[in-house]
Design a protein. Structure first.
Length: 710
């Protein structure tokens, strides 16, 4: 057993100490130098101060020439760690001379000496075969601790390779766009059509699947391969080099020895994985910039690595319960095991409450519990591993988590806490108009999003992601949009519904900007396909791209799919600005004849528009219809008149045909950027994957702006 005196010390590498451990056990099995010595209670302070014990250990190390300087330093460190006794090289030299001069000539055999109950005052000669057996046993036992750290680093090596490959591939899209446009070989197209673009099975990637009440998100095919490779690496690392020593004097049976090797390795590897798990979950993860991966992809990897880490901890915990047997309940009274048990319970609870079904229905509770349980987990793990000197491995975890939180706070305070105009539009969308600093807008990529805190008693402590765009009406403002769902947005809906005009001024905190721009601008044709509140997610990028297209032959198309004509109301000003660009805009209205009442169908128009039909009121640049039977028709007419630069199509487009048509029409390359309802986004992804291989050998790329992490 390893002694608790390792507490609060740096990670103890056993490479040069393991033979000191072996010789200590062998000497104590053959001679007695101190009181109260047993396999479970070793008085190292007494032993390390006993010259005859030290002489016997020096004699043991001399077998097989293990008395070189590195192993002698290991013996010095052994006594310092376990007995708080500081030895010098001179003392070891004197002890070895004592061994050579005063040792008894009778050689004892391990576990057969009948005089070990009597304290002796001379060094003993040990059997050379026993010395080798004990050294081999400890070489395996303690060597496994060191090996487990290296195997844990193997996981970092795996992800480093993945990140390097991803970085080279994705940065090449920006730095060498011509090379990418020409990359249409059968091999490249096969990789893209079968691995990097499509969903794992069928079309479902952003839309949730369910088995009864159990809902889940399926990683993409590429993400699945990355995670499967990670799982293979973990399994290999857990079971590599776990062969046992015959007649093991340390761990006993072969079964017990193999189990001990595995459970120790699982525990150490799980600790090694913790910084990665926390890093992947952070909003300010620098790897997003390095790899050009979206935050949602890192959240996916975070969840699955956390699950694997927890499985390792379960193996570690139940393996030790088996090894301790009847001593487990006694051991459970110790602080380190209680803390480890608490951490395991907290981790298991986090996995359960993080299930998609619970996360979506009780997000506020999920968020609060996830933070609290994460802190309990971290504290429990720290206390647990502190017993064996592994506390230093927990510090990077805390550093990663605290750094992310610190940067988030810095972002909030740099932006300030301005008053925002928050409006409920069309009873389906929350629109937030916020004054923003100049530097903030300049730093934001065109496909940005931000987490907004509404400073209200009910929800100030939580944030919600909003896509945003630069205001097309007034400089220095951003417009943020979010569809009304459950949780905080539903609370805003209830709050705004009770206010005049369904609008209110609310102080907000803005954390951002987040997001990564796509290299879609390097394609000959850029097709932005969005649905519902996904329009802001691609609008800025389309506008900025049109500035480039004005001086080139680039084709930019903006395709928006909405349910009803009233859905245009909240984005009306942005749609009007498209008339000043060369963007080809098309709006599909899937329910063109849905009735609506009163101001639900209203939208902003110019005062100059006049009509002789009764029941129409123009006020403050807002159109109100007092009719109920044909108000939808009137609103549709007004919208079409104001937006005559946009083509309106009634009905739902067939995404596969739309994508195939655009591929056929492009010159050499085409990029599709999708954002909107998960079903629509998955359809675009699937259609693009099917058209990667095309008759014209054209480059077809897909970029997804929809991020699903809850």
């Amino acid at each position: 057993m390893l002694h608790a005196s390792l507490r609060n010390l740096a990670y103890p590498r056993y490479e040069y100490m393991k033979f000191a451990y072996a010789c200590n056990l062998l000497v104590n099995d053959n001679a007695r130098y101190c009181e109260s010595i047993s396999p479970y209670n070793t008085n190292h302070t007494c032993l390390c101060n006993n010259p005859n014990w030290l002489a016997s250990v020096m004699g043991c190390l001399s077998y097989g020439e293990k008395n070189t300087s590195k192993y002698l330093n290991g013996l010095i460190r052994y006594c310092m760690l376990n007995g708080k006794v500081e030895l010098s090289p001179e003392q070891l030299a004197i002890a070895y001379q004592n061994y050579l001069s005063n040792t008894k000539t009778v050689t004892t055999t391990a576990n057969t000496n009948t005089n070990t109950s009597k304290i002796i005052d001379h060094p003993v000669v040990l059997n050379s075969q026993d010395s080798k057996l004990y050294r081999d046993a400890y070489d395996k036992f303690l060597g496994n601790y060191d090996d487990s750290v290296y195997y844990g680093l193997g996981i970092y090596g795996y992800f480093t390779v993945i990140f390097i490959i991803s970085s080279i591939t994705n940065w090449t899209r920006y730095l060498k766009p011509r090379t990418i446009r020409k990359s249409t070989s059968p091999f490249v197209n096969f990789i893209r059509a079968k691995i990097t673009v499509p969903a794992l099975i069928g079309k479902c990637k952003t839309q949730a699947k369910s088995l009864g009440r159990v809902e889940f998100l399926i990683p993409s095919r590429l993400e699945t391969l990355v995670l499967f490779g990670f799982l293979i690496v973990v399994v290999i690392m857990v079971f590599t080099n776990t062969n046992t020593i015959e007649n093991d004097p340390v761990l006993g049976t072969e079964t017990a020895a193999r189990l001990r090797y595995v459970v120790d390795r699982c525990g150490i590897m799980s600790i090694m994985m913790m910084p990665l798990v926390f890093l992947f979950a952070g909003r300010n993860n620098i790897l997003q910039w390095v790899t050009r991966w979206q935050y949602s992809r890192f959240v996916t990897i975070h969840r699955w690595t956390a699950r694997v880490m927890f499985c390792l901890i379960i193996v570690h915990a139940f393996g030790y319960i088996n090894l301790m047997g009847k001593f487990f309940m006694h051991e459970l009274t110790k602080e380190y095991l209680q803390a480890g048990t608490l951490a395991a319970v907290a981790g298991g609870t986090m996995l359960i409450q993080g299930l998609l079904y619970l996360r979506r229905r009780f997000y506020e509770l999920f968020l609060l519990l996830h933070i609290v349980l994460g802190m309990v987990w971290l504290g429990g793990i720290w206390i647990h591993v502190n017993e064996l000197g592994y506390a230093s491995f927990v510090y990077p975890v805390a550093a990663v988590w605290l750094l992310d939180r610190f940067i988030r706070l810095v972002r909030l305070f740099l932006f300030g806490f301005p008053l925002a105009d928050v409006t409920l539009v069309s009873d389906e969308t929350v629109k937030v108009i916020i004054p923003s600093p100049r530097y903030w807008v300049a730093a934001a990529p065109p496909t940005s999003y931000a987490f907004i805190h509404f400073i209200r008693p009910a929800c100030f402590w939580q944030s919600h992601p909003f896509t945003f765009i630069d205001s097309v009406v007034e400089n220095g403002f951003i417009h943020c949009y979010c569809q009304v769902k459950g949780g905080m947005t539903n609370g805003l809906y209830q709050y705004l519904a009770d206010h005049p005009g369904k609008s209110a001024k609310i102080r907000v905190g803005v954390e951002g900007p987040y997001g990564i721009s796509t290299p879609a601008s390097h394609a000959d044709s850029c097709i932005f396909i969005c649905g519902g509140t996904g329009a802001p997610g691609v609008f800025n990028e389309a506008i900025r791209m049109s500035d480039v297209a004005a001086h080139s032959i680039k084709m930019v198309k903006f395709i928006w799919i909405v349910r009803e004509i009233k859905s245009l109301q909240w984005f009306f000003e942005e749609l009007r600005i498209l008339s000043k660009t060369n963007i080809h805009a098309t709006i599909y209205i899937t329910r063109p004849h849905t009735s609506c009442n009163g101001s639900d169908c209203s939208g902003p128009v110019e005062k100059k528009i006049e009509t002789k039909q009764s029941g129409e009121i123009y006020r403050d640049n807002v159109f109100y219809s007092t009719k109920t039977n044909n108000s939808n028709q009137l609103s549709s007419e007004i919208a079409r008149k104001e937006l005559n630069h946009i083509r309106f199509i009634e009905g739902r487009p067939t995404i596969s045909k739309l994508v195939a048509f655009e591929v056929d029409q492009c010159l050499h390359s085409v990029a599709f950027v999708a954002c909107g309802h998960p079903l629509m986004v998955d359809d675009v992804r699937s259609a693009v994957a099917q058209n990667v291989n095309n008759a014209g050998h054209k480059r077809v790329d897909y970029y997804e702006q929809l991020q699903v992490w809850s």
